[in-house]
Design a protein around this ligand. Structure first.
Ligand SMILES: O=C(O)[C@H](O)CO
Length: 355
């Protein structure tokens, strides 16, 4: 069985190197990325040319026999999809920094089959993603969401528009300020550093963080102290979640964490909804266990408008827009296209996920 799979892959890798590869693009991607694909002259690509996700059944049909897949975070790349694509699939390039929609296990399994293959170009399925190019946009939006939540801007504009604005009142719509505060970062990476750099001029007193292990090279850039998860919860006036969604971080922001936070603290999540237990968060917000939450990500997405979190004044919910600037989304599409092309040529990708 593996022999025929390896043989098929070896043949198709060699063939793709000589002629144009077949690629399926699962979404209308920004123009700069499409231009890269068009100009390459190396790929014949078919595009799901709308802003809505391609229906699963259609996707499974369209990937049959492709050499490459350029996808976004709404497409689950799992065993079913990889089987549907078949042994010719050489590259999956996602236009996202997050890769929790890709089953790394399944991708790895298929790559391992190539241990038996002695062709240099035959290295299993390679995966590209788009870190770095979105760091500025995500950090900027995180700061905006944090200020919007802590200074109650959504509530305030609502009051102004709907006649709630009476006379000037001493404690009306008061919130919490960054000056002299402690900001906690759960999961310190490029984005956490970029957020801290932007918050520093607001006169934050102290940055603290936790992660699977200390990250001194990054922490030194923002003078952040490594603390335990409990200390992070207890000390943070603002807690910003920057970790990837993995089996280890799934639901890590739960009752246990919220119960240790201050009643005056603000919780901000621009990573993935899955890191939060939303029932526990609702409880913490509704009972005043914490002061407020700003969420750019939820489970599911979109969050149904009937969801209890939407009933809370102290919860600001955005529709997953952290990287949504024209510059960044175009840059992500270019990087995803270049990763795809490099993978198809059997060359190193600019940003490749090590499986
Ligand atoms: O993973 C990502 O890239 C973001 O969540 C969307 O830009």
């Amino acid at each position: 069985m593996w022999l025929s799979r390896v043989a098929a892959r070896s043949f198709s890798v060699a063939a793709a190197a000589m002629q144009s590869a077949r690629v399926y693009v699962t979404r209308k991607v920004p123009p700069d990325g499409l231009e890269v694909l068009r100009k390459s002259g190396r790929v014949q690509f078919e595009l799901w040319d709308t802003d809505d996700p391609v229906p699963r059944a259609e996707l499974l049909k369209k990937v049959r026999g492709v050499d490459g897949l350029l996808c976004v975070l709404t497409e689950k790349v799992d065993a079913e999809l990889l089987d549907a694509a078949g042994p010719g699939l050489k590259v999956v390039s996602t236009m996202s920094v997050g890769y929790d929609h890709l089953s790394l296990e399944e991708l790895k399994k298929r790559s391992l089959e190539c241990v038996y293959c002695h062709f240099h170009l035959c290295r299993g399925i390679r995966v590209g993603y788009t870190p770095d190019v979105l760091t500025d946009a995500v950090a900027e939006l995180t700061v905006a969401l944090l200020l919007c939540t802590s200074r109650r801007l959504v509530e305030a504009t609502h009051e102004a528009k709907t006649g709630g604005w009476g006379t000037w009142r001493t404690l009306w719509l008061c919130g919490y300020e960054l000056a002299n505060s402690t900001v906690g970062i759960l999961g310190l990476g490029r984005i956490g550093v970029a957020i801290a750099e932007r918050l520093k001029p607001f006169k934050v007193k102290k940055f603290i963080y936790t992660d699977v292990a200390p990250r001194p090279e990054l922490a030194n850039m923002i003078n952040a102290e490594y603390v335990s998860m409990d200390e992070l919860a207890q000390q943070s006036d603002f807690l910003t979640i920057c970790c990837a969604l993995t089996p280890e971080t799934q639901g890590i922001c739960n009752k246990n964490l919220f119960s240790k936070m201050k009643e005056t603290s603000i919780f901000i999540n621009t990573s993935r909804g899955g890191v939060v237990n939303q029932d526990d968060l609702y409880e913490a917000l509704a009972t005043g266990q914490i002061a407020g939450a700003g969420l750019d990500v939820t489970t599911p997405e979109p969050l149904p408008t009937s969801h209890p979190l939407f009933t809370l004044k102290n919860c600001v919910i955005l529709p997953h827009i952290a990287s949504a600037s024209y510059t960044t989304r175009n840059a992500m599409s270019v990087l995803a296209a270049n990763n795809l092309l490099a993978g198809l040529r059997g060359e190193p990708m600019e940003k490749e996920l090590k499986l």
